[in-house]
Design a protein around this ligand. Structure first.
Ligand SMILES: Cc1cc2nc3c(=O)[nH]c(=O)nc-3n(C[C@H](O)[C@H](O)[C@H](O)COP(=O)(O)OP(=O)(O)OC[C@H]3O[C@@H](n4cnc5c(N)ncnc54)[C@H](O)[C@@H]3O)c2cc1C
Length: 364
């Protein structure tokens, strides 16, 4: 065996699995083509970059405490004007952390606990009663790694999910209903703006066709994520739907990164010795900013199951650790998909402030 666990994907959830498994005594190999493609630079990705208090706690439990800007709570803002509504996190602050900073912190921790990392893509695998043979492409050639388990932490468009026969469709992609239709799949774009954060809240701006959320990530920088139904056009076209926010933001900084369709469903998380985790295991939406935290909770459940040598235990635990996220985020996305509901969301949150505060404090 080259490793006990071969992990496909060095995103936050793949690295969380790696750290937890290595500290439980497993030998771990993580493969990700972007470890090589970026020439050693930290991996970036479209992300709102907000860590809610529960998620921050889960990362700290891994020995990872990345620097960033404290986040006091969540503020909903109507893009067309009107008073905003905000709620503080009762459990203490969350944190806005640049994606690259988070990757660096997780990768450093993984190296510290003895995880091997390889710049290669997982292209397929075979399994038998004793283990998995994982095909890799990278570093100028093809190779095979042998392990006891393969963990697919390879994101929304997971190739491990496909190879394991666990894919369940997903977003509808091109074509389909007219722009703005609630049945169109959702996508996200992310960029930064050079400006001093004007608030220590994550602001979610609600417009007719999408949401913009703004996260303070450094003293002179905010992250802006645009979420919309249907394939997004340019960054400028997306931001034009939020004129008051666009006016407030300073110069844009860095590349635009995109992701989607966001909604991904899977038949199961476990196929013999292959297990899916994080976005690869199924994803609802970025609207509530919980992907990393819920992913780390899945990582904990996965490693606990493998310590018992019982992957089916992870299948059951996955449903439990994602239940609240699937229900709450799914309900919010479904409701906000109705065009007549969207203009009512911020006023309703204002009128039902205790309920809004309760919901903010249910988020992970
Ligand atoms: C617009 C947007 C805003 C968001 N905002 C937030 C937020 O504020 N807070 C939050 O917690 N979450 C947020 N999320 C969700 C969060 O980004 C994801 O849930 C999180 O990144 C999932 O981590 P992961 O490790 O499962 O997958 P990823 O981060 O996608 O990592 C997957 C890795 O797998 C690698 N990979 C792909 N194919 C292969 C292969 N064949 N072999 C090996 N490796 C492969 C990729 O290179 C990548 O590095 C947001 C998402 C979007 C799209």
């Amino acid at each position: 065996m080259d490793a006990d666990l071969v992990v496909a994907g060095a995103g936050p959830v793949g690295l969380a699995v790696a750290v937890l498994a290595a500290t439980s005594g497993f030998a771990v190999l993580v493969a990700d083509p972007r470890l090589a493609a970026a020439g050693g630079a930290p991996i970036d990705k479209a992300c709102g970059e907000g860590l809610l208090p529960v998620g921050l706690g889960r990362l700290r439990a891994l020995g990872v405490d990345p620097p960033g800007r404290p986040i006091a709570g969540i503020r909903y803002v109507g893009a067309e004007g009107g008073p905003a509504v905000e709620a503080h996190f009762r459990a203490g602050p969350g944190r806005g952390v640049r994606r690259t900073v988070l990757h660096q912190a997780l990768a450093a921790r993984a190296a510290e606990v003895g995880v091997d990392m390889l710049g290669a893509a997982v292209t397929g695998f075979a399994q038998d009663g004793a283990g998995v043979q994982v095909r890799l492409r990278g570093g100028g050639g093809e190779s095979v790694a042998r392990g006891r388990w393969l963990v697919g932490a390879d994101g929304l468009h997971s190739s491990v999910r496909r190879a394991a026969g666990l894919a369940h469709g997903g977003g509808r992609g091109r074509g389909g209903p007219a722009a703005g239709s609630p049945t169109l799949p959702r996508y996200g774009l992310r960029r930064h703006a050079v400006t001093s954060p004007w608030t220590d809240f994550v602001e979610v701006h609600w417009a007719r066709h999408g949401e913009a959320y703004v996260t303070p990530v450094a003293d002179d920088l905010v992250g802006v994520a645009l979420l919309s139904r249907g394939r997004p056009g340019s960054w400028a076209a997306g931001l034009a739907g939020f004129p008051r926010l666009a006016e407030r933001l300073g110069a844009a900084s860095g590349p635009v990164r995109g992701a989607g369709p966001l909604r991904q469903t899977t038949r199961r998380r476990v196929a013999g010795r292959a297990l899916l985790v994080g976005d690869a295991a199924g994803y609802v939406d970025a609207l509530t900013g919980e992907g990393i935290s819920v992913g780390v909770a899945q990582a904990q459940a996965l490693v606990a199951a493998l310590r018992q040598g019982d992957p089916e235990r992870y299948e059951r635990a996955w449903w439990a650790v994602t239940r609240r996220y699937r229900a709450l985020t799914g309900a919010l996305v479904a409701a906000s998909g109705q065009p007549w509901v969207r203009p009512l969301i911020v006023p309703a949150a204002r009128r039902l402030r205790p309920a809004y505060a309760g919901l903010v404090n249910l988020l992970e």
